[in-house]
Design a protein around this ligand. Structure first.
Ligand code: NAP
Length: 242
């Protein structure tokens, strides 16, 4: 049974990924602020899978990442599959972004991907096996007005994904990013009014937002051996938005 660590899996897409993988993997749920939700999810998953733990870590903090991996390894040996999913959004004009906010979003969305990957890679190289999935966004490729900061963090993830894939392929490690359009979670609900969300929906060909479970299904496929020839790709899943 392979071990999967999913950053930011107390809620939203991360929690859906944990549920989708629970029948086949050892699962490490990671949370930062939403302890209650993480504990509820832990109880739910443990009812059918004894190999689940939940660990608190701010994934933009190197010491906390180290501590999380150390506990994960004590429990499960090593992390085979890393899903860098944790992220926050930011919505404002460029001239209104203060520098601390800029650094916080880059730390949370992009630097966390570096820190967690850096910690996971040595064991993956020793085992000559590993899979890393980075949660990007449609805006990482296309950029969005009022979301320059968020778009930049996801653009960085895309380039890092491609570079990592090239560097790590000879060691049996595959690295891909998933770029969702709009997914029905707290992240987008908090950024837009109801009427803005209705307008946005009309721009999506499928005429609705993605369910977190639909992103989780793609993750399940990409980490499986069915996807053994896919690496260095940014996989778009956006209902025909673009
Ligand atoms: P969400 O519902 O707001 O959940 C965000 C998750 O990230 C939570 O579990 C949160 O944990 C965790 N998190 C945030 N900061 C963290 C930190 N410093 N350390 C550890 N965990 C942290 O968001 P979501 O929609 O599921 O988003 C998940 C990923 O998908 C993000 O990378 C996001 O950019 C990406 N994405 C989302 C959409 C969308 O439309 N929803 C579209 C494209 C891409 P706590 O609550 O425990 O702090």
């Amino acid at each position: 049974m392979k071990t999967v660590l999913i950053t930011g899996s107390s809620r939203g897409i991360g929690a859906a990924i944990a549920r989708r993988l629970n029948d086949e993997y050892k699962i490490i749920i990671n949370y930062n602020k939403s302890k209650d939700k993480a504990m509820e999810l832990l109880d739910e998953l443990r009812s059918t899978n004894p190999n689940v733990i939940a660990l608190k870590a701010d994934v933009s903090n190197e010491d906390e990442v180290e501590n999380m991996f150390a506990i994960a390894e004590k429990n499960f040996g090593h992390v085979d599959i890393l899903i860098n999913n944790a992220g926050i959004s930011h919505f404002s004009l460029i001239q209104d972004i203060d520098f601390d906010t800029w650094k916080n979003v880059i730390n949370t969305n992009l630097n966390s991907v570096f820190l967690n990957s850096k910690r996971a890679i040595p064991n993956m190289i020793s085992n000559q096996y590993g899979v890393i999935i980075n949660m990007s966004s449609i805006w990482g490729d296309f950029g969005a007005s009022m979301e320059a900061l968020y778009s930049t963090s996801k653009g960085g993830i895309n380039t890092f994904t491609k570079a990592m894939a090239k560097e790590l392929a000879p060691s049996g490690i595959r690295v891909n990013a998933i770029a969702p359009g709009i997914v029905d979670t707290d992240l987008m609900r908090n950024d837009f009014t109801k009427s803005e969300l209705e307008d946005l929906k009309k721009e999506v060909s499928i005429n609705r937002f993605a369910k977190p479970e639909e992103i989780a299904g793609l993750v399940r496929y990409l980490i499986s051996d069915e996807a053994s020839y896919i690496t260095g790709d940014i996989i778009h899943i956006n209902g025909g938005f673009y």
